[in-house]
Design a protein around this ligand. Structure first.
Ligand SMILES: *Cc1c(COP(=O)(O)O)cnc(C)c1O
Length: 418
């Protein structure tokens, strides 16, 4: 590797290597080399508190002993066999996901390697259902993020993401995430409605009250599938195993990825019934569900269960929301558990993110006025305290450098700006 530090003799920096060797898609915030618990270190030895968690992926933090043991043990036994064969690891994880999701006996699981791939599977399920019932349309919501592959991108109505890649998948409609738009859109032509319980990339925006329950009623009445994308919200992130469980409904299918194997690539589509639609030859994935990935998935579920991590997610989430209330520039918080959107009074989220990083805290800015927090489920008092002091200082720094936006904020106590 070339020198990563400034002025240390080499003419080439890691940023130069990024430019030379990687597609021009970003990835320049830091050169990270090591992680432990909720901290990561860059190549210069600077330590950061990681409150992004690899975008809601590192549920157990970094280098958790359970993760390390699961990867090493299974790598030494059997890592990959292809989907011509079954493995005990795959069967165990499928049965556990069905149980946790409450699919009942008709549930089935397909394993993939990413959220996009899980959603591609959901789209194919919707097409198979549409074929059987004579329906064509798949409905998704404005503000949604379902992935970057061509199918999942077609359900992600953001012009900056979609426009360079038209034409997209035909037969997709987008509606506003409101009860009125939902009532108007779901009719007998709809094969499936695909929704995130909380729109993570849109800035941690929950669905309106009652939306999922009404979506369940309408899709059932019109013979459409209700598919929930829990790639970001699933597997404990919101303090429930799955966010749909807060609403007392069952979907027809649910996509998972991100936190499911806490950093090992794994995705899944869990179906709740009617999954006789797939038959051999209709779908598969070479790597999907290999014994290495699925053994890590099971180890993560066991750790969440046996260490009481769902309770910790709820408790620490409440603590964090209370801690940021009243900080400079902060107008409120959204989300559930440890998926938190901190809303700001000005379009300065990128500045706040950068100020935080300079002070040794990694957070992210999904939109220009929202900071997203998605730390490990394992955080304790020490991490909450460290976050609170560094985040407040970063906000104060940005507030001081943009006095006009700060003046917009009512009820500001000058001592917040110390
Ligand atoms: C991240 C994300 C995806 C895409 O997952 P990838 O693993 O990046 O393909 C899909 N849906 C939601 C809700 C996500 O947050």
């Amino acid at each position: 590797m070339n020198d990563a530090g400034p002025g240390a003799g080499s003419t080439q920096t890691w940023q130069d290597e990024v430019t030379r060797d990687l597609l021009n898609l970003g990835g320049r915030l830091a050169l990270l080399v090591r992680g432990e618990g909720s901290h990561v270190w860059d190549a210069d030895g600077t330590r950061y508190l990681d409150f992004l968690g690899g975008i809601a992926v590192n549920a157990l933090g970094h280098a958790h002993p359970v993760f390390v043991e699961a990867v090493s043990r299974q790598a030494a036994i059997l890592a990959h066999v292809s989907n011509y064969f079954a493995t005990p690891q795959q069967l165990e994880l499928a049965a556990r996901l069905k149980r946790l999701a409450g699919t009942g006996e008709h549930g089935h699981v397909f394993f993939a390697n990413s959220g996009s791939e899980a959603n591609e599977t959901a789209i194919k399920l919707a097409r198979l259902h549409g074929r059987k019932t004579g329906k064509t349309t798949i409905v998704s919501l404005n503000g949604a993020f379902h992935g970057r592959t061509m199918g999942s991108l077609s359900l992600t109505p953001k012009p900056a993401y979609q426009d360079p890649f038209r034409p997209l998948l035909p037969g997709v409609a987008h509606i506003d995430p409101t009860l009125e738009a939902l009532e108007a859109a779901i009719d007998d032509t709809v094969a499936a409605l695909v929704v995130e319980p909380i729109q993570g990339e849109a800035g941690v925006v929950p669905l309106p009250d009652g939306f999922l329950r009404r979506a369940r009623e309408l899709t059932t009445a019109h013979g459409a599938l209700l598919i929930v994308d829990e790639v970001q919200t699933g597997v404990g992130r919101t303090g429930e195993w799955f966010a749909f469980q807060r609403e007392g409904i069952l979907p027809d299918a649910m996509s998972l990825a991100k936190g499911i194997a806490a950093g090992f690539p794994l995705g899944a589509l869990v179906t709740f019934g009617d999954s006789d639609l797939f038959y051999p030859g209709t779908h598969n994935s070479t790597f999907g569900g290999n014994p290495l990935a699925t053994s890590v998935g099971s180890a993560v579920l066991t750790e969440i269960e046996t260490s009481g991590l769902l309770a910790n997610v709820n408790e620490r989430g409440a603590q964090l929301r209370a801690a940021v209330a009243g900080m400079p520039l902060v107008t409120g918080t959204r989300g559930a558990g440890l998926l938190i959107g901190v809303t700001l009074s000005a379009l300065v989220a990128a500045e706040v993110r950068d100020a935080a990083q300079r002070r040794g805290l990694i957070v992210n800015a999904p939109t220009s006025d929202v900071i997203r927090l998605a730390p490990a489920y394992t955080i304790g008092d020490a991490e909450v305290d460290e976050f609170t002091s560094v985040f407040a200082a970063a906000l104060a720094e940005v507030a001081a450098s943009s006095p006009r936006s700060e003046a917009d904020r009512s009820g500001t106590d000058p001592k917040d700006h110390a």
